[in-house]
Design a protein around this ligand. Sequence first.
Ligand SMILES: Cc1cc2nc3c(=O)[nH]c(=O)nc-3n(C[C@H](O)[C@H](O)[C@H](O)COP(=O)(O)O)c2cc1C
Length: 383
Amino acid sequence: MKLGSLEVWPPVVLAPMAGITNAPFRTLCREQGGGLFVCEMITTRALVERNAKTLKMIRFDPSEKPRSIQLYGVDPVTVGRAVRMIAEEDLADHVDLNFGCPVPKVTRRGGGSALPYKRNLLRAILREAVRNAGTLPVTMKMRKGIDDDHLTYLDAGRIAVEEGVSAIALHGRTAVQHYGGTADWQSIARLKEAVSEIPVLGNGDIWSAADAMRMMAETGCDGVVVGRGCLGRPWLFADLAAACENRRDGAGGTDDRESGGELARPTLGQVAATMERHATLLAECFGNEQHAVADFRKHVGWYLKGFTVGADLRRRLATSESLAGLRQGLAELDPAQPWPEGVDAPRGKTHPRDRVHLPAGWLDDPYEVVVPGADAELETSGG
Ligand SMILES: Cc1cc2nc3c(=O)[nH]c(=O)nc-3n(C[C@H](O)[C@H](O)[C@H](O)COP(=O)(O)O)c2cc1C
């Protein structure tokens, strides 16, 4: 798969996930298989203001190639300045723009997944990003629209092609769906038909390599973006790489065993070793053990999903306050316990919303040129 001048193989992308896809988690995923591994979302205003916390988030391991940054911004000028800074200061090899965030405090101000409704604002942001990117490929990630009555993805796709974007990732849900229901893969097929000039990446509800192969077969998309399926499960990237190789050789079906050959099925002992490594890498990255162990707590349930582990030990692991405490708990796990059946099931957020909060009159004129205030970039928590 080609994203501008970047060759990406296998055509598999780790979805940007705020609070998750930092350098330590990306390292664990990259070790399993190739692809593109996008960092946590960075807001453009904070970047151009050289906010210290934001600059710290742009951390790549020296072995990380290509380095991929996701930006979120609402003002064409600020987005352009942020992209120029990345290009001129060689901060990354690829820039993705996030237009999928469904969080009320963001959409209420016209940001995130509310933004593509304003076609001319979207166009201006993409134009400034591409114009300032030099040779870096710029891609965009979006949802289908605000709700079923206000779909925007086909217009947004055409605008992206006209403005020189290198690829488009579509999460097959509207903003109002949040993470509820199932992703509509047909919309990915429709976008692929409408936007044949550049790669289309399908996103939503890939829980196994077989799901990824099925999405590519059913929609014709050029690659896949995997988010919640790899939470607590970096091994999924080994399955995805094997399945893509198999497919290239013409041998792959959409059944897991046909599409990927041997599947990565670590024992609980191997899972525990990865958990310890993850927490240790976080401590090195943050330079603060307590912060790292606290941040790691959210991963514990995902890593242990499906395994037989007593409630008390689970609780102790999820409330550890030091690496030593975490190690002590991990040592109590049964290392020989095999990978459980039925793990290829939804994990992470799964809830819908009842409505999308928008600025007053937002839906009145899709072509109005309006730039949301700077507060549309505050406290964003992803897509
Ligand atoms: C905890 C979390 C944080 C996320 N943060 C971002 C983000 O910063 N940027 C973005 O474009 N999408 C973000 N997303 C959305 C994912 O990238 C992805 O589009 C979504 O989870 C659907 O894919 P999946 O079904 O494979 O999980 C986030 C999702 C989750 C669960």
